[in-house]
Design a protein around this ligand. Structure first.
Ligand code: TTP
Ligand code: MG
Length: 329
């Protein structure tokens, strides 16, 4: 068997919810469109590029967005519609690789390793073909990154957004990666960034050049090793395709926000009973119970607990689900 260098593609739709709105309502094209929770405590899900010019971005309180962009068009959005468009996009992705890993509603990884012959051209041309298929079949614009691993592919898709198509090869790593801020490293959130900057690390090159022993002393062995690898453009996480669910779930969406705990728990009981029915019908038992909550601004939270034993009866499932639900409140 020939040894194959890995080739990974990452695709991420441009301002996804807002782009779907602009496509479905052409009068919104070229306008600042802001999608999110419109209630008092709502936050922005996303904003069109026209609105981003005013400094509006995801997760910003809606009240701030209204102040920054008073002439914006504010929409509550339609999550079911976005999910349907997402399914259409993933169907297209599945024609471009047998290994597709969905990451979120609008992004995913494709493993293109060993597909050179099938591609009939350069990886970049293949990426272009994917973008064209998405555009012609959905009317929406995707950004694509292609690289030898997941970390670099995701970074690449973001480099020239919107409508980006960037290929990073092994030899570009230093030139492209090292000048970027450390926050671009996978696993470096706000907290880690603050800690690293206390030690004087600002750009990825600083991490790449740091003496391993010193970095290990500063942030611990595990994180230091991970950061070193990434800063040198190395990442061997595999693309993990979606497999047949090992779980049984039921969910429901409300037209109106639920106002009381009683209402919510009533609904949880009914969902628990539906899950229990399926489990017992299929002769299965579950070890882990998970509760997912989505608020009106689409922000989603999950809580789960792995039990010492297994469950399949409604009241056992409900007892766990209720406990998890209460831990949110
Ligand atoms: P993203 O891909 O992060 O953002 P985006 O597609 O809107 O913009 P970009 O061009 O920068 O990729 O998220 C995809 C969708 O997920 C986004 O359209 C709305 C939703 N979302 C939220 O609801 N809340 C959030 O905080 C974020 C980041 C996204
Ligand atoms: Mg996106």
């Amino acid at each position: 068997m020939e040894h194959h260098e890995k080739l990974i593609l990452h695709m991420d739709m441009d301002c996804f919810f807002a782009a779907v709105e602009q496509r479905d309502h052409p009068e919104l094209k070229g306008k600042p469109v802001i999608v999110g929770g419109l209630s008092g405590r709502g936050v922005v899900s996303t904003a069109s590029y026209e609105a981003r010019k005013f400094g509006v971005h995801s997760a910003m309180p809606m009240s701030t967005a209204r102040r920054k962009c008073p002439d914006g068009i504010f929409l509550a959005g339609n999550y079911r519609r976005y999910e349907a468009v997402s399914a259409q996009i993933f169907e297209i992705l599945s024609r471009f690789s047998p290994l597709v890993e969905p990451l979120s509603i609008d992004e995913g990884f494709l493993d293109l390793t060993g597909m050179e012959r099938l591609m009939k051209g350069t990886p970049k041309a293949y990426g272009q073909k994917l973008k064209e298929s998405i555009l012609s079949e959905t009317g929406l614009v995707a950004s694509v990154g292609i690289a030898p691993n997941k970390f670099l592919a995701k970074l690449a898709s973001d480099l020239e957004k919107p409508d980006g198509l960037v290929v990073i090869s092994e030899r570009d790593v230093h030139r492209i990666l090292w000048p970027l801020p450390i926050s671009k490293l996978w696993g470096v959130g706000r907290k880690t960034e603050d800690r690293l900057s206390l030690f004087g690390y600002r750009i990825i090159g600083d991490i790449a050049k740091a003496r391993p022993e010193i970095l290990e002393n500063q942030v611990g062995t595990k994180l230091a090793r991970q950061l070193k690898e990434l800063a040198n453009g190395k990442d061997n996480r595999p693309v993990e395709p979606y497999r047949e669910a090992k779980s049984i779930g039921r969910e429901t969406t409300f037209e109106e926000d639920l106002m009381s705990r009683e209402e919510a728990e009533q609904c949880l009981l009914s969902l628990s009973a539906q899950v229990g029915w399926r489990l017992r019908r299929d002769g299965k038992e579950a070890r882990t119970v998970q509760v997912k909550i989505r608020l009106s601004d689409f922000s989603t939270y999950t809580r789960q607990r792995t039990l010492p034993g297994t469950v399949c009866y409604d009241d056992d499932i409900f007892r766990e689900a209720k406990g998890l639900f209460r831990s949110f409140l």
